[in-house]
Design a binder for this molecule. Structure first.
Ligand SMILES: *[C@@H]1O[C@H](CO)[C@@H](O)[C@H](O)[C@H]1NC(C)=O
Ligand SMILES: *[C@@H]1O[C@H](CO)[C@@H](O)[C@H](O)[C@H]1NC(C)=O
Ligand SMILES: *[C@@H]1O[C@H](CO)[C@@H](O)[C@H](O)[C@H]1NC(C)=O
Ligand SMILES: *[C@@H]1O[C@H](CO)[C@@H](O)[C@H](O)[C@H]1NC(C)=O
Length: 368
C-alpha cells in the first residue's frame, strides 16, 4: 500500500469526530514521512479543541466576588493555540484568571503544520509577534492570581520564570520542577474515542468480564518499554505490544483495553504519555511504571489508592503488584468518575485548580 494511502487510512480510523474529518480534507500527505508527523499534529490540536463547535469570539476571564469581571477578546490575541483558547473559554472559577497569552504549546507539536494555528517561539510567523511566556508574565497585574499551562513534553521551564501569583499547570514535570504549594501537575489532553465507556455501569460490566490483567501498546523505542515487555514475557494475561504502533488499525488498542483490568503507563520520549488520560477515560486502572513524573492534581486525587505505581527498577514485582489489588472494579469506577470530574479537558482542569486553591487556603482571585 502506498505510504500516503496508508496514512490516510490511519487518519480516517483514528478520528471519529466530524470536525476532524473536515481538517483531514485539507491535509496533504507526502511520502517523505512528514505526513505522519502532520497527523500527530492534527491529532493533538483537535484533541485539545474540545469547544470546537462553539465559535470562539470573546472570552471572559475569572470573575471573583471582590474583583470586577475582565473581558478578553480571544481572537485579538495573536498566536494562541486552541488549548489556550479553550482554557480561556472555560467557565470562570472563583480563584484565578487564565493568563491572556500563550503558554500552552508542546515542544514537538507546533513544529508540524501551520504556525498560524499553534504558537511556538520557533514558529516563524509568531516569533516576532509574541514575547513568550516568561516576558509576558511581567505584564500581569501583580495583585491578581493567575493560572498558566506548560504543555511541553519536557517541562519545568515556565515554572522557573513565573512569579508567585502565577500557578503553572505542568504536563510533564518532576516534583522538583514544580514550586511547592504554587504549581500543579495537569494531565495530558485526550481525544474522544468511541470506545470510551458512557457510564459507570458500562465500566463495571467491562471489568467483570475482562479477560486480561493488563495491556499496553506503543512504540518500542524507549528502553523502559522494552524492559517492561521483557519482564512480563511469561505472564499470559499481560500484553505489552511494541510491534504494531499505537495506531494500528487491525488491532484496536481501546478494545484491548476494554478487555483489561489494568492499563500500563510507560513513558516514551517524554516523561508524560497520552496513554495516561486514555486509560483513565477507558475506566481502566492505570499502572504507572515509575518515573519522576508528577501525577495530575495529586492534592485532590488519591492516586496511591487508585493507581498502581511500580518503580522502574522493580519490574519483577509488576505482575504481583497488580494481582494484589483487591478492589479492581471499584478502582475502575472511581478512575472513570475522576476522569470526568477533573481530567477530561480544560474545563475540568480549571475545576481542579479551583479546588486545589481552596484547599491551599486561597479564596479569591484578587490578592489583598
Ligand atoms: C481551533 O478552534 C476553532 C474554534 O473552536 C476551530 O474553528 C479551528 O478549526 C480550530 N483549529 C484547529 C487547527 O483545530
Ligand atoms: C475581537 O478581535 C477581532 C480581531 O482583532 C476583531 O475583529 C473583533 O471585532 C473583536 N471583537 C470584539 C467584540 O471586540
Ligand atoms: C520465562 O520463562 C523462561 C522459561 O521457563 C525462563 O527461562 C525465563 O527466565 C522467564 N522469564 C521471566 C522474565 O520470568
Ligand atoms: C526506585 O528504586 C531505586 C532503586 O532501588 C531507588 O533508588 C528509588 O528511590 C526508587 N524510586 C522511588 C520513587 O521509590
Amino acid at each position: 500500500m502506498p505510504f500516503s494511502r496508508h496514512v490516510f487510512l490511519l487518519v480516517a480510523g483514528l478520528f471519529c469526530v466530524n470536525v476532524v474529518y473536515k481538517s483531514i480534507a485539507s491535509l496533504s500527505l507526502d511520502s517523505s514521512g512528514h505526513g505522519f508527523q502532520q497527523v500527530k499534529h492534527l491529532r493533538l490540536r483537535n484533541t485539545i479543541a474540545r469547544a470546537e463547535e462553539q465559535p470562539i469570539a470573546t472570552a471572559t476571564t475569572v470573575r471573583t466576588n471582590d474583583h470586577p469581571a475582565t473581558t478578553i477578546n480571544v481572537t485579538a490575541i495573536p498566536c494562541l493555540t486552541n488549548l489556550t483558547r479553550t482554557l480561556l473559554n472555560a467557565p470562570a472559577i472563583s480563584t484565578r484568571h487564565v493568563v491572556p497569552f500563550e503558554t500552552g504549546y508542546e515542544t514537538n507539536w507546533p513544529k508540524y503544520g501551520s504556525a498560524k494555528v499553534a504558537w511556538h517561539p520557533d514558529a516563524p510567523s509568531c516569533r516576532n509577534e509574541h514575547p513568550g511566556p516568561c516576558k509576558s508574565f511581567k505584564t500581569l497585574d501583580e495583585n491578581m492570581k493567575y493560572f498558566a499551562l506548560d504543555m511541553r513534553g519536557n517541562g519545568g521551564g515556565i515554572a522557573k520564570c513565573a512569579p508567585d501569583n502565577v500557578m503553572i499547570g505542568c504536563l510533564s514535570c518532576t516534583k522538583k520542577e514544580l514550586r511547592d504549594g504554587i504549581d500543579i501537575a495537569v494531565p495530558p489532553p485526550t481525544f474522544l474515542h468511541e470506545e470510551y465507556p458512557d457510564s459507570v455501569t458500562e465500566v463495571e460490566d467491562r471489568c467483570l468480564t475482562a479477560e486480561r490483567l493488563a495491556y499496553f501498546r506503543g512504540q518500542g523505542r524507549t528502553k523502559i518499554r522494552k524492559q517492561v515487555a521483557q519482564a512480563v514475557l511469561n505472564e499470559t494475561d499481560i500484553v505489552v505490544d511494541l510491534t504494531k504502533g499505537y495506531n494500528n488499525q487491525e488491532l484496536n488498542a481501546f478494545q484491548e483495553l476494554a478487555n483489561s483490568k489494568f492499563g500500563l503507563i510507560i513513558r516514551g520520549d517524554n516523561m508524560f504519555t497520552y496513554r495516561f488520560s486514555e486509560v483513565c477515560a477507558m475506566g481502566v486502572v492505570p499502572v504507572v511504571i515509575g518515573t519522576d513524573w508528577q501525577l495530575p492534581f495529586s492534592e485532590i486525587i488519591d492516586w496511591p489508592n487508585l493507581a498502581v505505581v511500580v518503580n522502574s527498577s522493580a519490574l519483577d514485582t509488576l505482575a504481583s503488584a497488580m494481582r494484589a489489588v483487591p478492589d479492581v472494579c471499584e478502582r475502575q469506577k472511581r478512575v472513570y468518575e475522576l476522569y470526568h470530574k477533573y481530567l477530561k479537558g480544560p474545563e475540568e482542569w480549571m475545576k481542579a485548580v479551583e479546588e486545589i486553591d481552596l484547599l491551599r487556603g486561597g479564596s479569591a482571585g484578587h490578592l489583598s
